[in-house]
Design a protein around this ligand. Structure first.
Ligand SMILES: Cc1cc2nc3c(=O)[nH]c(=O)nc-3n(C[C@H](O)[C@H](O)[C@H](O)COP(=O)(O)OP(=O)(O)OC[C@H]3O[C@@H](n4cnc5c(N)ncnc54)[C@H](O)[C@@H]3O)c2cc1C
Ligand code: FES
Length: 337
Protein backbone atom coordinates (compact mmCIF):
# COMPACT_ATOMS: atom_id res chain seq x y z
CA UNK A 1 0.00 0.00 0.00
CA UNK A 2 1.44 3.38 -0.87
CA UNK A 3 0.25 6.94 -0.38
CA UNK A 4 0.57 10.18 -2.32
CA UNK A 5 2.58 12.80 -0.45
CA UNK A 6 2.54 16.40 -1.63
CA UNK A 7 5.45 18.53 -0.43
CA UNK A 8 4.48 22.23 -0.45
CA UNK A 9 6.89 24.52 -2.23
CA UNK A 10 7.94 21.76 -4.63
CA UNK A 11 6.11 20.54 -7.71
CA UNK A 12 6.57 16.91 -6.68
CA UNK A 13 4.08 14.35 -5.44
CA UNK A 14 5.74 11.29 -3.94
CA UNK A 15 4.53 7.71 -3.79
CA UNK A 16 5.42 6.52 -0.30
CA UNK A 17 4.83 3.00 0.99
CA UNK A 18 6.01 0.51 3.60
CA UNK A 19 7.93 1.95 6.53
CA UNK A 20 9.48 4.76 4.50
CA UNK A 21 9.39 8.12 6.27
CA UNK A 22 8.42 11.36 4.58
CA UNK A 23 11.99 12.62 4.93
CA UNK A 24 13.49 9.48 3.36
CA UNK A 25 11.07 9.70 0.44
CA UNK A 26 11.73 13.43 -0.06
CA UNK A 27 15.51 13.04 -0.01
CA UNK A 28 15.29 10.06 -2.40
CA UNK A 29 13.30 12.28 -4.76
CA UNK A 30 16.08 14.88 -4.69
CA UNK A 31 14.14 17.42 -2.60
CA UNK A 32 16.28 19.67 -0.42
CA UNK A 33 14.21 18.90 2.67
CA UNK A 34 15.77 20.35 5.86
CA UNK A 35 17.07 17.67 8.20
CA UNK A 36 19.70 16.95 10.84
CA UNK A 37 19.88 13.85 13.04
CA UNK A 38 17.31 11.80 11.07
CA UNK A 39 16.34 10.23 14.39
CA UNK A 40 13.70 12.52 15.87
CA UNK A 41 16.08 14.34 18.13
CA UNK A 42 17.05 17.71 16.67
CA UNK A 43 13.84 19.20 15.23
CA UNK A 44 15.49 20.25 11.96
CA UNK A 45 12.86 18.44 9.86
CA UNK A 46 9.89 19.91 11.74
CA UNK A 47 6.96 20.28 9.36
CA UNK A 48 3.28 21.06 9.21
CA UNK A 49 0.91 18.26 8.30
CA UNK A 50 -1.62 20.23 6.28
CA UNK A 51 -3.74 17.21 5.36
CA UNK A 52 -3.64 13.46 5.87
CA UNK A 53 -2.32 11.29 8.65
CA UNK A 54 1.02 9.88 9.73
CA UNK A 55 2.25 7.47 12.36
CA UNK A 56 5.20 8.83 14.29
CA UNK A 57 8.00 6.67 15.67
CA UNK A 58 9.76 7.69 18.92
CA UNK A 59 11.07 11.25 19.04
CA UNK A 60 12.31 13.59 21.74
CA UNK A 61 10.16 16.22 23.40
CA UNK A 62 12.95 18.69 22.62
CA UNK A 63 12.55 18.10 18.87
CA UNK A 64 8.74 18.35 18.95
CA UNK A 65 6.70 19.35 21.99
CA UNK A 66 3.24 17.89 22.70
CA UNK A 67 1.83 21.35 22.08
CA UNK A 68 3.42 21.50 18.60
CA UNK A 69 2.14 17.99 17.85
CA UNK A 70 -1.36 19.08 18.88
CA UNK A 71 -1.03 22.03 16.51
CA UNK A 72 -0.44 19.64 13.61
CA UNK A 73 3.34 19.70 13.46
CA UNK A 74 5.33 16.55 12.76
CA UNK A 75 8.94 15.47 12.35
CA UNK A 76 9.36 14.31 8.75
CA UNK A 77 12.17 11.92 9.75
CA UNK A 78 9.89 10.10 12.20
CA UNK A 79 6.66 10.16 10.21
CA UNK A 80 5.39 7.23 8.17
CA UNK A 81 2.27 8.16 6.14
CA UNK A 82 -0.89 6.14 6.74
CA UNK A 83 -2.98 8.25 4.32
CA UNK A 84 -2.36 10.65 1.44
CA UNK A 85 -0.67 13.71 2.95
CA UNK A 86 0.06 17.35 2.26
CA UNK A 87 3.21 18.48 4.08
CA UNK A 88 5.14 21.76 4.39
CA UNK A 89 8.36 22.24 6.23
CA UNK A 90 8.44 25.21 8.59
CA UNK A 91 9.02 28.79 7.46
CA UNK A 92 12.13 29.19 5.38
CA UNK A 93 13.86 31.58 7.78
CA UNK A 94 13.54 28.88 10.45
CA UNK A 95 14.93 26.11 8.30
CA UNK A 96 18.31 25.40 6.90
CA UNK A 97 18.84 26.40 3.32
CA UNK A 98 22.17 24.73 2.60
CA UNK A 99 22.36 21.50 0.66
CA UNK A 100 23.99 18.53 2.32
CA UNK A 101 27.48 17.97 0.96
CA UNK A 102 29.80 14.98 1.23
CA UNK A 103 33.37 16.19 1.18
CA UNK A 104 36.65 14.28 1.44
CA UNK A 105 38.74 16.58 3.60
CA UNK A 106 42.39 16.58 4.60
CA UNK A 107 43.68 17.45 8.06
CA UNK A 108 45.57 20.72 7.79
CA UNK A 109 46.54 21.13 11.43
CA UNK A 110 45.81 19.79 14.91
CA UNK A 111 46.53 22.08 17.83
CA UNK A 112 46.15 21.25 21.50
CA UNK A 113 43.84 23.84 23.07
CA UNK A 114 43.54 22.29 26.55
CA UNK A 115 44.55 18.99 28.20
CA UNK A 116 41.53 17.31 26.54
CA UNK A 117 40.51 19.50 23.57
CA UNK A 118 42.15 19.72 20.16
CA UNK A 119 41.40 22.36 17.55
CA UNK A 120 41.30 20.71 14.18
CA UNK A 121 41.51 22.46 10.82
CA UNK A 122 40.29 20.53 7.80
CA UNK A 123 40.90 21.54 4.20
CA UNK A 124 37.85 20.73 2.07
CA UNK A 125 38.05 20.25 -1.73
CA UNK A 126 35.47 23.06 -2.08
CA UNK A 127 33.78 25.58 0.19
CA UNK A 128 31.15 24.28 2.57
CA UNK A 129 28.16 26.63 2.80
CA UNK A 130 26.61 26.46 6.24
CA UNK A 131 24.95 28.70 8.79
CA UNK A 132 26.98 29.66 11.87
CA UNK A 133 26.20 27.16 14.62
CA UNK A 134 25.62 24.10 12.42
CA UNK A 135 27.44 20.80 12.62
CA UNK A 136 28.62 17.98 10.36
CA UNK A 137 29.20 14.25 10.67
CA UNK A 138 32.94 13.54 10.52
CA UNK A 139 34.38 10.11 9.76
CA UNK A 140 37.96 9.82 10.97
CA UNK A 141 40.21 7.07 9.54
CA UNK A 142 38.90 3.66 10.69
CA UNK A 143 36.22 5.20 12.94
CA UNK A 144 32.43 5.45 12.93
CA UNK A 145 30.95 8.87 12.10
CA UNK A 146 30.35 11.38 14.88
CA UNK A 147 28.82 14.86 14.90
CA UNK A 148 31.07 17.88 15.43
CA UNK A 149 30.22 21.57 15.08
CA UNK A 150 31.95 24.01 12.76
CA UNK A 151 33.75 26.67 14.79
CA UNK A 152 34.66 29.25 12.18
CA UNK A 153 32.76 31.63 9.96
CA UNK A 154 30.70 29.97 7.20
CA UNK A 155 31.55 29.58 3.51
CA UNK A 156 35.29 28.86 3.51
CA UNK A 157 37.07 25.69 2.43
CA UNK A 158 39.09 25.55 5.66
CA UNK A 159 36.91 24.25 8.46
CA UNK A 160 37.62 24.47 12.18
CA UNK A 161 36.42 21.94 14.78
CA UNK A 162 37.02 21.62 18.55
CA UNK A 163 37.04 18.03 19.76
CA UNK A 164 37.11 17.13 23.45
CA UNK A 165 38.28 13.64 24.46
CA UNK A 166 35.54 12.26 26.64
CA UNK A 167 36.12 9.47 29.15
CA UNK A 168 35.75 6.09 27.43
CA UNK A 169 35.03 7.84 24.12
CA UNK A 170 36.26 6.17 20.94
CA UNK A 171 36.24 8.81 18.20
CA UNK A 172 37.04 11.80 20.39
CA UNK A 173 40.14 9.90 21.63
CA UNK A 174 41.18 9.08 18.06
CA UNK A 175 40.78 12.76 17.13
CA UNK A 176 43.49 13.73 19.62
CA UNK A 177 46.01 11.69 17.57
CA UNK A 178 45.12 13.02 14.12
CA UNK A 179 48.05 14.17 12.00
CA UNK A 180 48.32 16.71 9.20
CA UNK A 181 47.55 14.91 5.93
CA UNK A 182 45.05 12.41 7.43
CA UNK A 183 41.79 12.06 5.52
CA UNK A 184 38.46 12.88 7.17
CA UNK A 185 35.12 12.43 5.40
CA UNK A 186 32.58 15.16 6.13
CA UNK A 187 28.82 15.09 5.63
CA UNK A 188 26.94 18.28 6.39
CA UNK A 189 25.85 20.85 7.25
CA UNK A 190 23.12 19.86 9.68
CA UNK A 191 21.25 21.34 12.63
CA UNK A 192 18.87 24.13 13.48
CA UNK A 193 20.74 25.95 16.24
CA UNK A 194 22.16 28.51 13.84
CA UNK A 195 22.47 32.29 14.02
CA UNK A 196 19.25 34.15 13.21
CA UNK A 197 20.61 37.19 11.41
CA UNK A 198 17.31 39.07 11.27
CA UNK A 199 16.95 39.16 15.05
CA UNK A 200 17.84 42.51 16.59
CA UNK A 201 17.41 41.78 20.32
CA UNK A 202 20.24 40.80 22.70
CA UNK A 203 22.14 37.57 22.04
CA UNK A 204 23.12 35.20 24.84
CA UNK A 205 25.69 32.74 23.53
CA UNK A 206 26.29 29.96 26.03
CA UNK A 207 29.01 27.31 25.75
CA UNK A 208 30.17 24.45 27.95
CA UNK A 209 33.61 22.96 27.16
CA UNK A 210 33.97 22.19 23.45
CA UNK A 211 30.45 23.58 23.04
CA UNK A 212 32.48 26.70 22.39
CA UNK A 213 32.87 25.53 18.77
CA UNK A 214 29.41 26.41 17.39
CA UNK A 215 29.08 29.34 19.79
CA UNK A 216 32.36 30.81 18.52
CA UNK A 217 31.03 30.53 14.97
CA UNK A 218 27.80 32.29 15.97
CA UNK A 219 29.54 35.10 17.88
CA UNK A 220 32.22 35.74 15.24
CA UNK A 221 29.69 35.71 12.42
CA UNK A 222 27.36 38.09 14.27
CA UNK A 223 30.24 40.51 14.92
CA UNK A 224 31.60 40.19 11.38
CA UNK A 225 28.15 41.00 9.99
CA UNK A 226 27.99 44.11 12.13
CA UNK A 227 25.08 42.98 14.30
CA UNK A 228 24.79 45.79 16.81
CA UNK A 229 22.83 44.35 19.73
CA UNK A 230 24.50 43.30 23.02
CA UNK A 231 26.17 39.90 22.53
CA UNK A 232 27.22 38.09 25.72
CA UNK A 233 29.31 34.94 25.57
CA UNK A 234 29.13 32.79 28.71
CA UNK A 235 31.81 30.10 28.64
CA UNK A 236 31.52 27.46 31.36
CA UNK A 237 34.29 25.02 32.24
CA UNK A 238 35.38 23.23 35.40
CA UNK A 239 38.76 24.80 36.10
CA UNK A 240 41.31 27.27 34.72
CA UNK A 241 43.06 24.53 32.72
CA UNK A 242 39.84 23.88 30.77
CA UNK A 243 39.66 27.43 29.40
CA UNK A 244 40.88 28.15 25.89
CA UNK A 245 40.73 31.00 23.36
CA UNK A 246 40.48 33.43 26.28
CA UNK A 247 42.87 35.95 24.73
CA UNK A 248 41.03 35.65 21.44
CA UNK A 249 37.66 36.50 22.99
CA UNK A 250 39.11 39.20 25.24
CA UNK A 251 40.52 40.75 22.06
CA UNK A 252 37.10 40.66 20.42
CA UNK A 253 35.56 42.25 23.52
CA UNK A 254 38.16 45.04 23.39
CA UNK A 255 37.35 45.66 19.73
CA UNK A 256 33.53 45.43 19.88
CA UNK A 257 31.77 47.50 22.53
CA UNK A 258 28.60 45.39 22.20
CA UNK A 259 30.42 42.10 22.96
CA UNK A 260 31.23 40.76 26.40
CA UNK A 261 33.02 37.55 27.33
CA UNK A 262 32.26 35.89 30.65
CA UNK A 263 34.23 32.76 31.54
CA UNK A 264 32.80 30.87 34.54
CA UNK A 265 34.61 28.15 36.51
CA UNK A 266 32.42 25.56 38.22
CA UNK A 267 35.15 23.73 40.19
CA UNK A 268 38.19 26.00 40.58
CA UNK A 269 41.06 24.31 42.40
CA UNK A 270 42.90 27.57 43.14
CA UNK A 271 42.07 31.16 44.10
CA UNK A 272 40.62 32.91 41.08
CA UNK A 273 39.41 36.34 40.08
CA UNK A 274 37.04 34.77 37.57
CA UNK A 275 33.32 34.18 38.04
CA UNK A 276 32.66 30.83 39.71
CA UNK A 277 29.73 28.45 40.03
CA UNK A 278 27.36 26.99 37.49
CA UNK A 279 26.94 28.77 34.21
CA UNK A 280 23.17 29.12 34.57
CA UNK A 281 23.59 30.62 38.06
CA UNK A 282 26.01 33.22 36.67
CA UNK A 283 23.48 34.10 33.98
CA UNK A 284 20.65 34.21 36.53
CA UNK A 285 22.68 36.75 38.52
CA UNK A 286 23.06 38.95 35.43
CA UNK A 287 19.54 38.86 33.97
CA UNK A 288 16.10 39.52 35.38
CA UNK A 289 14.37 38.73 32.09
CA UNK A 290 15.32 37.05 28.85
CA UNK A 291 12.22 38.19 26.99
CA UNK A 292 13.33 39.30 23.51
CA UNK A 293 16.76 37.65 23.79
CA UNK A 294 18.02 34.98 21.42
CA UNK A 295 19.74 32.24 23.36
CA UNK A 296 22.17 29.88 21.67
CA UNK A 297 23.52 27.05 23.83
CA UNK A 298 25.87 24.15 23.10
CA UNK A 299 27.75 21.60 25.16
CA UNK A 300 27.02 18.90 27.75
CA UNK A 301 23.27 18.02 27.87
CA UNK A 302 22.87 18.79 31.64
CA UNK A 303 24.30 22.29 31.10
CA UNK A 304 22.03 22.90 28.11
CA UNK A 305 19.03 21.63 30.11
CA UNK A 306 19.85 24.02 32.97
CA UNK A 307 20.16 26.97 30.59
CA UNK A 308 16.89 26.00 28.93
CA UNK A 309 15.10 25.87 32.31
CA UNK A 310 16.53 29.27 33.28
CA UNK A 311 15.53 30.79 29.94
CA UNK A 312 11.97 29.52 30.40
CA UNK A 313 11.86 30.88 33.96
CA UNK A 314 13.10 34.28 32.76
CA UNK A 315 10.41 34.43 30.08
CA UNK A 316 12.49 33.78 26.97
CA UNK A 317 10.21 32.73 24.14
CA UNK A 318 10.43 29.06 23.18
CA UNK A 319 11.23 29.99 19.58
CA UNK A 320 14.19 32.10 20.75
CA UNK A 321 16.10 29.22 22.32
CA UNK A 322 18.40 27.38 19.91
CA UNK A 323 20.35 24.59 21.56
CA UNK A 324 22.57 21.71 20.54
CA UNK A 325 23.12 19.36 23.47
CA UNK A 326 26.20 17.25 22.67
CA UNK A 327 24.51 13.85 23.09
CA UNK A 328 26.69 10.80 22.48
CA UNK A 329 25.40 8.07 20.20
CA UNK A 330 24.92 5.87 23.29
CA UNK A 331 22.79 8.50 25.02
CA UNK A 332 20.70 8.76 21.87
CA UNK A 333 20.38 4.95 21.75
CA UNK A 334 19.24 4.93 25.40
CA UNK A 335 16.54 7.42 24.46
CA UNK A 336 15.43 4.94 21.80
CA UNK A 337 16.78 6.92 18.84
C1 LIG B 1 24.79 18.06 17.33
C2 LIG B 1 26.09 17.63 18.00
C3 LIG B 1 27.22 18.40 17.86
C4 LIG B 1 28.39 18.02 18.52
N1 LIG B 1 29.50 18.82 18.40
C5 LIG B 1 30.61 18.50 19.09
C6 LIG B 1 31.77 19.36 19.05
O1 LIG B 1 31.81 20.40 18.36
N2 LIG B 1 32.84 19.01 19.80
C7 LIG B 1 32.85 17.89 20.59
O2 LIG B 1 33.87 17.64 21.25
N3 LIG B 1 31.78 17.05 20.61
C8 LIG B 1 30.68 17.32 19.89
N4 LIG B 1 29.60 16.48 19.94
C9 LIG B 1 29.74 15.19 20.64
C10 LIG B 1 30.34 14.16 19.66
O3 LIG B 1 29.46 13.95 18.58
C11 LIG B 1 30.59 12.78 20.31
O4 LIG B 1 29.42 12.31 20.92
C12 LIG B 1 31.69 12.82 21.33
O5 LIG B 1 32.88 13.27 20.75
C13 LIG B 1 31.94 11.41 21.90
O6 LIG B 1 32.19 10.53 20.85
P1 LIG B 1 33.16 9.28 21.08
O7 LIG B 1 33.11 8.40 19.88
O8 LIG B 1 34.48 9.73 21.57
O9 LIG B 1 32.47 8.55 22.32
P2 LIG B 1 31.71 7.17 22.28
O10 LIG B 1 32.65 6.08 21.96
O11 LIG B 1 30.50 7.32 21.44
O12 LIG B 1 31.32 7.04 23.81
C14 LIG B 1 30.53 8.05 24.44
C15 LIG B 1 30.33 7.70 25.90
O13 LIG B 1 29.54 6.53 26.00
C16 LIG B 1 30.23 5.55 26.76
N5 LIG B 1 29.96 4.24 26.11
C17 LIG B 1 30.75 3.54 25.26
N6 LIG B 1 30.12 2.42 24.85
C18 LIG B 1 28.92 2.42 25.45
C19 LIG B 1 27.80 1.55 25.41
N7 LIG B 1 27.82 0.45 24.67
N8 LIG B 1 26.72 1.88 26.14
C20 LIG B 1 26.68 3.01 26.87
N9 LIG B 1 27.70 3.88 26.95
C21 LIG B 1 28.81 3.58 26.24
C22 LIG B 1 31.69 5.91 26.72
O14 LIG B 1 32.36 5.50 27.91
C23 LIG B 1 31.61 7.41 26.67
O15 LIG B 1 31.50 7.98 27.94
C24 LIG B 1 28.43 16.83 19.29
C25 LIG B 1 27.28 16.05 19.39
C26 LIG B 1 26.12 16.43 18.77
C27 LIG B 1 24.90 15.57 18.89
S1 FES C 1 16.08 15.30 11.30
FE1 FES C 1 14.14 14.96 12.13
S2 FES C 1 14.37 15.45 14.19
FE2 FES C 1 16.40 15.59 13.45
Amino acid sequence: MSYQIKIRGTDKTLDVGGDVTILEAALDAGIDYPFGCQSGNCGACKSRLLAGEVEMTDYSEYALTDEERDQGQILACSSVPVADCDVAWLDLEETVQHSLQNLDCTVQSVERATHDIVVLHLKAPSALAFSAGQYAALTLPGQPARDFSMAGEPYGDTLEFHIRAIEGGQVSAAAQDLQAGDKVALSGPMGLAFLRELHTGPILAVAGGSGLAPIKSIVETALAKGMKQPISLYFGVRDERDLYLVTHFEGLAAKHANFSFIPVLSEPTAETSRRTGFLHDAMAADFTTMDGCKIYAAGPPPMVDAVRALAERLKARAEDLHADPFYTVHELAEQGK
